[in-house]
Design a binder for this molecule. Structure first.
Ligand SMILES: Nc1ncnc2c1ncn2[C@@H]1O[C@H](COP(=O)(O)OP(=O)(O)OP(=O)(O)O)[C@@H](O)[C@H]1O
Ligand SMILES: [Mg+2]
Length: 351
């Protein structure tokens, strides 16, 4: 590092100094993230760490992803990590104070309560949480298939009022048309957009190749495919529309482990190549960790975001990687704790 650069940072007085040696939180980066959130724009944070991977790998990756300028300076076995909070202005998606209440026969259900969320362009966000905590409800609201009871959602700065080709959903069961062939399914949306036959065929083949579907199945009907192949087709059908946000609701849940892992690998590759913004709902915490830049943990009654975890593990990530294992364990323990809290709450209420 040039001395000039060190001086430049030295002349910026850190607005806050935190000592990560005292951080008992499972992940020092969560401490950095939460502290930065409290600081004003352009402020400098100085984090002191005695943990080499945090200083030389994880914190730099965290900063690079957000575009924060940073410097790491070693001093007598300690690392001084200077980070400047310069927010990238363009958010791909903003969810602002969104609540959703459903009227059911036996009363009202608060499916989502005061959800606030900003997703940056090109970010991969995973959502986990127990059944009924509002994950699908949130995706439906973002997709414009339903409207929030209060609050608002902005996609590329524009209020979401209904479905749009910029936001496409991939469901657990691909929802493909059984009367069309694979390639016809993929080009269906382009046909509605009146794209010329030759061009849409070419695009459909390109995307089928991208998702790794063997070409001998391109003219098959849907019932002739395995579950994994169907999900590849569903993914190609979504990607061919070139949405800026891809919403995925448990897309791999019904697949066997091998197929699931191979699709996780494929999706990581596609995401790296296409720089798409992806929101991915899953019950599988390991899958959330393998895929996500960030994992949001939802909790229910009412549905809200309980916590979020930055996952700064180098890609491609594989199941069984020790860092994947550790992050998965932290998040799983937290969800389990949440379940116990809820049970205790119910017992209290009943008692
Ligand atoms: N159309 C609806 N009418 C009434 N209640 C609804 C409706 N849709 C969802 N709910 C309720 O809202 C809550 C959240 O549902 P949602 O489907 O979003 O949960 P989820 O987190 O996706 O669950 P899962 O993991 O089982 O898919 C649940 O209590 C559900 O019963
Ligand atoms: Mg759901």
């Amino acid at each position: 590092m040039h001395l000039e650069e060190v001086r430049k940072f030295d002349s910026l007085k850190p607005e806050r100094v935190i000592d990560l040696r005292e951080a008992i939180c499972p992940h020092p980066l969560n401490v950095i993230r939460d502290t930065i959130r409290e600081l004003g724009d352009d402020a400098v944070l100085l984090a002191i760490s005695d943990h080499e991977p945090t200083a030389l790998e994880n914190a730099p990756r965290f900063c690079e992803r957000r575009g924060y300028p940073y410097r790491v300076i070693e001093q007598e076995g300690l690392w001084n990590i200077f980070i400047q909070k310069i927010e990238k202005k363009e958010a791909r998606l903003r969810v602002e104070s969104v609540s959703k209440v459903f009227s059911a026969r036996d009363g009202k259900v608060s499916a989502l309560s005061d959800i606030n969320l900003t997703i940056r362009d090109g970010e991969f966000v995973s959502i986990v949480g127990s059944s009924g905590c509002g994950k699908s409800t949130l995706l439906n609201l973002i997709a414009g298939l339903d409207k929030p009871t209060s609050g608002r959602i902005l996609a590329d700065g524009k209020r979401v009022e209904g479905p749009g080709a910029d936001r496409v959903v991939v469901f657990q069961e691909g929802a493909l048309f059984p009367w069309l062939t694979v390639v016809e399914n993929v080009e269906f949306g382009l046909k509605l957009r009146r794209v010329a036959h030759k061009i849409r065929r070419e695009l459909a083949y390109d995307y089928l190749k991208l998702v790794g579907l063997d070409d001998k199945f391109h003219n098959s009907y849907i019932h002739q495919l395995s579950g994994g192949m169907k999900q590849r087709v569903a993914l190609a059908r979504a990607l061919v529309m070139e949405p800026s946000i891809l919403l995925m609701d448990e897309p791999f849940a019904a697949l066997d482990i091998q197929t699931r892992e191979s699709l996780q690998e494929e999706l990581q590759r596609i995401w790296v190549e296409s720089h798409k913004t992806i929101i991915f709902v899953t019950h599988n915490v390991e899958e959330a960790v393998i895929l996500g830049d960030r994992v949001l943990v939802f909790t229910k009654n009412p549905g809200r975001i309980k916590s979020e975890h930055d996952i700064e593990i180098a890609r491609p990530r594989k199941p069984g990687n020790p860092e994947v294992f550790l992050n998965t364990k932290w998040i799983t323990d937290e969800i389990r704790e949440d379940g116990e809290d809820a049970e205790a709450g119910i017992r209290e209420a009943a008692g």
